[in-house]
Design a protein around this ligand. Sequence first.
Ligand SMILES: Cc1cc2nc3c(=O)[nH]c(=O)nc-3n(C[C@H](O)[C@H](O)[C@H](O)COP(=O)(O)OP(=O)(O)OC[C@H]3O[C@@H](n4cnc5c(N)ncnc54)[C@H](O)[C@@H]3O)c2cc1C
Length: 250
Amino acid sequence: MKSHSNGKIRRVAILGGGPVASTLATLLARKGRKVGIWHRPRRAPLLVGESLVPAIIPMLRSLGVEEEVRSFSTFKPGATFNLSDQVNFSFFFDQLSGGMPRYAYNVPRDRFDDALLDAARKAGAKICETGAKVERVPGTDRVQLSAETLEAAGEFFSEASDLIVDATGRARVLPELLSIPSRRGERQDTALFAHVDQMPLDHAGHVHTTRIDHGWSWRIPLPGRVSVGMVLFACGRARLGIGRRYSRVH
Ligand SMILES: Cc1cc2nc3c(=O)[nH]c(=O)nc-3n(C[C@H](O)[C@H](O)[C@H](O)COP(=O)(O)OP(=O)(O)OC[C@H]3O[C@@H](n4cnc5c(N)ncnc54)[C@H](O)[C@@H]3O)c2cc1C
């Protein structure tokens, strides 16, 4: 969202501290833009989004973080699907044709997000560990960072930003401010997940997807543990007596 500009975009404020925010910050800072990230410190130790696909690898290389990500992740050579008693199959990324890398990683999301944020910091972006607040500029159709949000960046961001990017994911900070509605799909799935010490796997490193009654489950091997998740369709949730209040995924 453009808040204020005389043509050239020099200062960019990015709201959020996930992979999208950090990646954009690194790329813009490398292009000489002054970039600030407002990043609300993480509340939940576990985050979903742990199994990467091969198409991400070129971006990790371009950001200069692949070696670091490899050091704390599980090498992922493929994927396994258990769909029914009759339909079970695995595929390996080395069967892929074309220029795509033949592997990916399963990443502990806290360390992954930290590595990407660190890359942004090294590229010159200012990381402010505080939630961002935006407000309407009275009498205009523009928005701006609140005074306390700007203050968190100290002297680095003394002038208003030319562009505000909302990378807050499901928090939807700018759409909420501007009353831009979101359309909910018909599915009201609920995801529950945890990390466990041990869990049987068909293939080391593979993300495993299994069909279960009223939903599906994932097993994502990480170093020393396995992320186990269950996605339940609304009907399954009702049968198990799980209320909506347990349905928020962070
Ligand atoms: C159940 C489930 C399983 C998934 N599994 C996978 C998977 O295996 N592999 C995969 O690639 N993807 C997976 N995803 C998708 C993945 O989680 C998202 O695509 C990814 O996290 C999106 O990144 P992002 O940077 O856009 O947003 P997010 O990662 O959501 O980051 C948003 C950030 O904004 C911050 N924030 C919020 N409000 C504010 C504020 N006011 N000020 C400052 N910061 C704020 C939050 O703290 C957070 O750090 C899964 C998603 C779900 C729901």
